[in-house]
Each structure stands twice: as structure tokens, then as C-alpha cells.
Design a protein around this ligand. Sequence first.
Ligand code: NZQ
Ligand code: ZN
Length: 391
Amino acid sequence: MENFTFYSPTFFVFGKDTETQAGEYVKQFGGTKVLIHYGGQSAKKSGLLDRVEDSLKKEGIEYVTLGGVKPNPRSGLVYEGIELCRKEGVDFILAVGGGSVIDSSKAIAAGTIYDGDFWDFYSGKPIEKALPVGTVLTIAAAGSEGSPDSVITKEEGMFKRGASGNAIRPRFSILNPALTETLPPHQTAAGITDIMAHLYERYLTNTKEVEVTDRLIEALLLTMKHEGPRVIADPHNYEARANIMWAGMVAHNNTCGVGRSQDWNSHNIEHELSALYDCAHGAGLAVTMPAVFKYVMNHDVMRFAKVAVRVWGCQMDFDHPEVTALEGIEAFRSFLISLGMPKNFEELGAKEEDIPKLVEVLCRGDGRDGTISGFVTLNEEDCTKIYQMMV
Ligand code: NZQ
Ligand code: ZN
């Protein structure tokens, strides 16, 4: 195991009706003038936004609102949010929504108290200071409710980049699984896929003997394998939604990633797809992961065979571990398809002729040196072949 530090100070409030406590927690964490940031229509339509606003009013906390965050959140609204926060003297950002709303909130939180362009943070500058952020989560997926990360799409060029820093870890996150019952099935399935991707990206490690985190990841993958089909069959299964929601947090606050190298090549390859085609991030991952895994599996075939046996119930073929490894990848792919996820470029809405452009932005965009690194370092030729495998 490698040396590590782990700091995860978010205060979690989990369960039914907990969104009505938002005001109390904003107060507890020092907010006096709040920006409530939200997405398109869902939080308004369900009455969630009203409940959150009422809880702030009850505590006598002033607020302004800014809606309109789109999935794969855009830089334009972040600039607007920063301006609004400065003008209104906002000292706390409350995100009401999914990963996109939370990530946009984190970008505004960092940008409001920074002299330069907030995009500097998405070009590699670590985030050391930000306004405090709280969240009311409405979809189990990105794990942004417990992560130090934010992913934004730059509108000039339509590419996606991430920024990181403990300063943007939410101070509190309110997780009411019942709020996710209104999700369209496609978004529920995309969220499940993203959670499983966060687990796989950590499982694919070059660090030896990391049994605790290996086993935690396997347990969470098994949970998703069990709960995924149950929630697709019955969207109002609260217990299944609750397990998925907490798994989504644990999968990405790095409990399962400490002390080991991680991959993240599938995420990097996918981010270009959701930036260009505006597909759900999880749907993009469903098409990306099997291709990446098949391409890199011989780098450590026993690792792929291990997850195949322990999670997907495959029989170990000791003479031909690559057969077991491949069976596990196929089982994972079939599972995602059974949830309703796309299986190729066409179903995702991606175009083969765009591959050179995708590879160029992926490997060269924003100062990259022609490669992306993780479990295996991939160059432009590798990435081209991987995108072609998805066609
Ligand atoms: O905008 P509204 O109307 O709210 O609709 C949203 C949106 O269309 C809808 N939705 C959310 N909660 C709902 C609901 N509809 C009905 N009922 C509800 N309760 O779902 C759609 C997707 O929402 P979004 O926030 O985009 O989903 P998700 O949480 O999957 O976030 C995806 C974004 O997170 C980034 C992705 O790249 C993507 O941009 N990621 C962020 C990470 C992080 N910060 O740590 C890590 C991830 O790997 C990921 O890259
Ligand atoms: Zn993800």
C-alpha cells in the first residue's frame, strides 16, 4: 500500500424529508447570504426548491437563486454565477440537484474569491480557497456530494476538464433517496453506471496487495449488481435507492481509492463524448469502459480475472485467465445493456468520422502532451483504436 492522506470532512444528512433541514445546516456552517443553484426543471416541478427555500426562510437566511444548469455544466453559467455572487455578497453556495449542479456550484465557489479566470483551476491549478458549498442531492451518480472534484465543459471548443481541491469538498450534503424516485429510467441507469465506473477506475491499479480497498470495491460492485435491476424494475423501491445513493458517495469520496494508484482513462476518454454529443456521462461510460478494459486487460489479466470471479460469478480458468477476464468484461457490458444503457457509438449518438477530432482534443487539448495516463499510458494511436472499438 502507498502512503496516503485522507481528509473527508463533509457532514452527511441521510434519509427521508432531510431536505427540510437545509436552512439549519447552512446556518451551522456559517452561511448568511446564500446562492441557491439549481438545474433545469426537475427541482422546481417536484416542489423540492420550494421546500429548500422555506427552510432557509425559517432560519431567517437571505438568498438569491440561479437556475439553468445543464447536464455537462457549461462555463458560461459559471461566469454568470460568479458575477452574481460578487454583486450580492454571497458567502455560501447551496447546490440543489445532481453532479452537474454541484460541479457548477463548486466552480462558482472557487471563482468568486479568485482574482483570475476560474478556468485556471480546470487547466491544472489546485483549488486552495473557495466559498463553502452545501448540497441537496437529487441523483445518485457522480459522487460530487462527497468529492473534492468538479467537472465543467468549456463552451469555446466544447471540451470537458476537471478541477480538484479539498476546499470544494461540500461542508454538508443532504441525501434523501426518495428525491431520486422522479428520475427518468435512463438517468437512473446512467447514474448506476457512473458509480460502477468510479469503482472500476480505482480497482484498476498497479499497486500490489491492497486487499482492504479491493474488497471494499468488490462489495460495492456486488451491491450495485443487486440493487440496479431492482430499482429499474421498481423506481419507487426506497431501500434499493437508499443503498445506491450511499454506494454512490462511498464509491467516489476516495474511501476505496486510498493507498493505491488509480486509472481514470475511461473517464478521460468518455468526457470528450459527453462534451461533444451532450450525452449522459454514465451512458458514455457504458460504451467506453468495455472497450478500454478489453484494450488494456493484458497489462494485468489476473486483476480482470479476479473481478470476473468475485463480482460477476465467472469460473476461473487457470490455464487461460484471459478467457475469464474477457468473460467478466462481457458480463459487465451485458449488465449495463440490461439496465438500458447504449452499447455502441450509434446508440450513444456519436459519429465515427469524429474520432480524429475526439483524439486530438483528448490527447492534445489544453496543453496535454499526446498521451493520457492511468492503469496504462495511452497514446493517440491507442485512443483511436479504443474509440474505433466502440463503433
Ligand atoms: O436539470 P434537471 O431538470 O434537474 O434534470 C436533471 C438532468 O437532466 C435530471 N435530474 C436530476 N435529478 C433529478 C432529475 N430528474 C428528475 N428527478 C430528479 N430527482 O437528471 C439529468 C442529469 O443530471 P446531472 O446532474 O447532469 O447528473 P449527474 O449527477 O450524473 O452529473 C453528471 C455530471 O457530473 C460529472 C459528469 O462529467 C457530468 O458533467 N462528474 C462529476 C464528478 C465529480 N464532481 O466528482 C465525477 C464524475 O465522474 C463525473 O465526471
Ligand atoms: Zn464519473
